[in-house]
Design a protein around this ligand. Sequence first.
Ligand SMILES: NC(=O)c1ccc[n+]([C@@H]2O[C@H](COP(=O)([O-])OP(=O)(O)OC[C@H]3O[C@@H](n4cnc5c(N)ncnc54)[C@H](OP(=O)(O)O)[C@@H]3O)[C@@H](O)[C@H]2O)c1
Length: 320
Amino acid sequence: MRAIAVSTFRAEPALVEIPKPDPRPGQVRVRIEYASLNPLDGQLADGSLDGPAPQAFPLVVGVDYAGRVDMIGSGDNRFRVGDHVFGRTGGPAAGAGTYCDYVCVPQDSAITLVPRGLDARIAAALPSAGMAAAQILDAVSPRGHESLVVVGAAGGVGSCLTQLAKARDVRVIAAVRGDERSRMGSLGAVVTIDVTDGPAADAVRAACPDGVDALADLASATSEEFAAHAATLRPGALALSTRGVAAGAPLPDGVRGVDFRLDPSPVLLDVLAAGAADGVLRVPIDSELPLEKAPQALERNRIGGARGKTVIVLREHGRC
Ligand SMILES: NC(=O)c1ccc[n+]([C@@H]2O[C@H](COP(=O)([O-])OP(=O)(O)OC[C@H]3O[C@@H](n4cnc5c(N)ncnc54)[C@H](OP(=O)(O)O)[C@@H]3O)[C@@H](O)[C@H]2O)c1
């Protein structure tokens, strides 16, 4: 089968031919129609999981997918051959990358049926970004009605988080690169700040002089950048990083730092998919590309500039 894989960590991802996997007991094999790109994909190919986790090369890139169950391993199973499914795999380290024609996943992992009315491309774009957004919102704003600064709000996680927060009456201050006021406003942000105009913290203080209740920082790569955003928070606030820079960051008195870690679940996928099928949750698609263009898409994601998800097309839904 075709796959985009790296031959060793930090090698360039390339199109290769590898054997089609067979499902083990308790697994299903999915014939992938669409995969979606997450920043994690490039990070994993760069060796961010190098260390204790088992690795086998070539390492197939990607975690999100939508497709059809085409084979079922022995044992109990909740799926049937032909089911239209989507989900998030355990990833390349588990031998389950998704930039390829077939992937085998445990039937009790984050995999579920694509609901009626949900486009398969959107289903493929939803898992990582949607589940992260929902779990981040639960962490930073459990009661709703708070104010929340989202740094990196124009990306995959941020676009979903802004909408889910708005639905919970959370006032989102979106910090983005470039003039995204119209787009972020349509997703539910009450204030949009262009970080290229000057220090974002100054603009946040101008918008919220009494301080902000929570921070979801999806962009800062250093503790210092993260701390600069957290300086706008009031005592008792929570400051969350998706990039692992909260621990050890110099935070204001009374502000608690949290490093977020996604906990994928099929139940959460069902909830998000229902919202997307109803049109309550919009998952913006920036571009669709054939599999062989995925290496360029990974490179482009490192540089930035996308405004929505990149979908990799293995085969159009319903076609052989
Ligand atoms: N820990 C976890 O479990 C977990 C789960 C999900 C995601 N994540 C991480 O969370 C991050 C965001 O994920 P994503 O899927 O939303 O990525 P994405 O779709 O690539 O979006 C990232 C967004 O951040 C923006 N950005 C970058 N630097 C910025 C800055 N200094 N100020 C404001 N905006 C900035 C980007 O704008 P430009 O395109 O203009 O650069 C882009 O809009 C990634 O690093 C991802 O690995 C972690």
